[in-house]
Design a protein. Structure first.
Length: 632
């Protein structure tokens, strides 16, 4: 779409659930046409990430307001505004002055699905909606949409109190409402810079090799020293790159095949000429189908390739929202700073204001007394230095044990705050060491990621979902399981296992596979239960401890208990528990002792990786009785 250099382009659409329109939205953002994309009826909620809206387009920022779903209010609603970062957008959560004063002071645009089919916009008359017409008249707004957006009804409207809207026209729809595009007569942002890169796949390697081979290096480098020779070589190679390796060019839709671009062009043309014509509807459906097939093919190609980086990049772009710095900051005086120079100066002034004098004076020149006379540091010096450590209020204390006296501790006369939960290395600790809070947190996080996964991909390729699950979700369910493995809790074990069970069930439904038992799904997908995976982790870690792969003091956890007589299926690395009762199963050693002590002697001397493979290859009868066996 051609656009003036002095305008800002805007796209508006009624989505009726943006989740199933993600390929179309990504196509629009790739077009380089629009600075602002406004969406209504997004149907998103708090479980949805911004990655759905701007995945793979880190040069855009998303602002959302989702409908709060309750018993009285069902799904639907929700708006979003996707803005290019060159506009330096700022989200204003509340107005410092009354809203109506702001409308009268600044150019204002109101856009959305108003659902007022009874209003006659040529005469500004309506038998039922006089309040809206009075508001428009009182605040000098004009309505700019001159074509019906759904059937013969004017539902999606654009208002403005200034003459800044022009070139308004229909665009291919995302739902049963026509989309709307227009330009704003406001100063345009700086042009979107394209950093070209060398397209080595199109390089003329034969000419490059011939040039290097036939170049007389002996004469060229005969009178040059090492540094000059290096500079000459770089200059020569760069000249070859300039001649034989083309640069990439900025091109809208460059990632999309030609047939998809042609269908979009035809759909856009028909929408402008005859927006409600049946041919326009058919062409739009053809474009959407081709776009969907392309996205599915792209996902399948990435999974089928051996490039793990490409797969991780694809999944990250779909599941994680781009991280971007704030467009503007507010200085201590309340001024909004948008330019990089102003922001740098503000940060510099702030850091200078809190900068303290150096703790040490400059080092004296070296002398024999300084080099050879080592200083002595007394305990008094250490205590004095510790007393000056800061900050003093960030420390806290947690009391463990039922009979803990819970004494109060102080640092520099500052009482340490008792805490009921502490998060360390991603694990939530509580005084009871039951880890129920941590397990609830990882289950919630994993379920959320699983929902994102099925929303982000449209393919019916099994591998892409299994690979994404094992890459992005399993680590959340298994990190530090050595500490919190809930083998004593049937309910908790099932709650964790339910994440993978639900994933396999949804995967079979997505790929239109017949419904089978959880056990058969695991076997077909080459997965094992999470319960068994935790046991394998336990016993492999025990193997590493006994082989001293980790420097740990395990005297309070287990003791070596070599045999004094021959016993079948035993070995020289038998263990025993230094505590009672031995059937508590709350520690790594108590969970694995019976099976570890019954392992055949050759297996315990295997390397860690070989031992892991040996354990995984064992039949079901080898492992402890499963808590989730009724699911298998």
């Amino acid at each position: 779409r051609s656009q003036s250099k002095s305008t800002v382009s805007v796209f508006y659409a009624n989505c009726r659930s943006i989740r199933c329109k993600l390929p179309q939205l990504s196509f629009l953002l790739s077009s380089l046409d629009f600075h602002i994309v406004c969406l209504t009826e997004t149907w998103l909620d708090s479980t949805d990430s911004d990655a759905f809206l701007i995945s793979g387009h880190s040069d855009y920022l998303a602002f959302r307001s989702d409908r709060a779903i309750s018993d009285d209010v069902g799904r639907g609603g929700g708006v979003a505004c996707i803005v290019h970062h060159s506009l330096s957008p700022v989200f204003v959560s509340s107005f410092a002055s009354p809203l109506l004063d702001s409308i009268n002071t600044f150019p204002c645009i109101l856009i959305g699905d108003y659902n007022y089919p009874d209003i006659e916009w040529q005469t500004l008359s309506s038998p039922t909606h006089s309040d809206l017409l009075d508001f428009i008249s009182d605040h000098h707004f004009s309505q700019f949409v001159s074509f019906p957006t759904r059937l013969q009804n004017y539902l999606d409207l654009v208002f403005s109190n200034k003459d800044i809207i022009h070139n308004i026209s229909p665009s291919p729809p995302l739902s049963d409402h026509l989309s709307v595009v227009f330009d704003l007569r406001i100063p345009s942002p700086p042009s979107r810079k394209h950093t070209p890169s060398r397209m080595y796949r199109l390089a003329n390697w034969k000419s490059i090799n011939d040039s290097i081979f036939h170049h007389n290096w002996t004469i060229a480098l005969s009178h040059l020293d090492v540094n000059q020779s290096y500079d000459y070589f770089l200059k020569f190679i760069n000249s070859l790159l300039e001649m034989f390796v083309p640069l990439s060019k900025p091109s809208p839709f460059s990632r999309y095949p030609r047939n998809v671009r042609i269908l979009y062009g035809k759909s856009r043309t028909l929408t402008r000429i005859a927006p409600n014509n049946n041919a326009c509807i058919v062409m739009t459906k053809r474009f959407n189908s081709a776009l969907h097939r392309f996205h599915c093919l792209l996902e399948s190609r990435v999974v089928a390739s051996s490039d793990s980086k490409a797969f991780y990049k694809l999944c990250s772009s779909r599941l994680n929202a781009p991280k971007s710095t704030p467009s503007g900051i507010i200085d201590p005086n309340g001024n909004l700073l948008l330019s990089n120079d102003d922001k740098c100066k503000a940060f510099s002034d702030f850091f200078s204001s809190v900068f303290t004098n150096p703790m040490h004076s400059p080092l004296p020149p070296p002398s024999p007394s300084i080099i050879f006379d080592l200083p002595t540091i007394s305990h008094l010096h250490i205590i004095s230095a510790l007393s000056n450590l800061s900050p003093k209020t960030k420390c806290s204390i947690m009391h463990y044990g039922l009979h803990n006296p819970c004494r109060q501790f102080h640092i520099n006369n500052v009482a340490l705050t008792p805490k009921k939960t502490v998060k360390d290395l991603g694990v939530v600790f509580t005084p009871s060491l039951c880890f129920s809070e941590h397990i609830k947190e990882i289950i919630k996080k994993s379920n959320s990621k699983m929902h994102f996964l099925f929303k982000a991909f449209r393919s019916n390729c099994i591998d892409i979902y299994v690979k994404s699950f094992t890459t992005f979700i399993l680590p959340s369910l298994e990190t530090c399981s050595l500490i919190w493995n809930p083998i004593n809790s049937v309910e908790t074990t099932k709650n964790i296992e339910r994440v993978q069970r639900d994933f396999t069930r949804k995967l079979y439904f997505r790929c239109s596979l017949p419904s089978v038992s959880y056990c058969n799904r695991l076997r077909s997908l080459n997965l094992t239960t999470l319960e068994r995976r935790r046991f394998v982790t336990d016993i492999v870690f025990l193997h590493s401890i006994l082989h001293r792969n980790y420097e740990l003091d395990h005297s309070s956890l287990l003791t070596r208990s070599p045999l004094t007589r021959f016993v079948r299926n035993s070995h020289h690395l038998r263990i025993s528990l230094p505590f009672f009762p031995p059937n508590s199963h709350t520690t790594l050693a108590s969970r694995t002792i019976s099976i570890w002590n019954s392992l055949p002697s050759p297996s315990v001397d295997l390397s860690r990786d070989s031992f892991r493979k040996f354990i995984r290859s064992q039949p079901n009868s080898f492992f402890p009785e499963s808590i989730v066996k009724n699911w298998l």
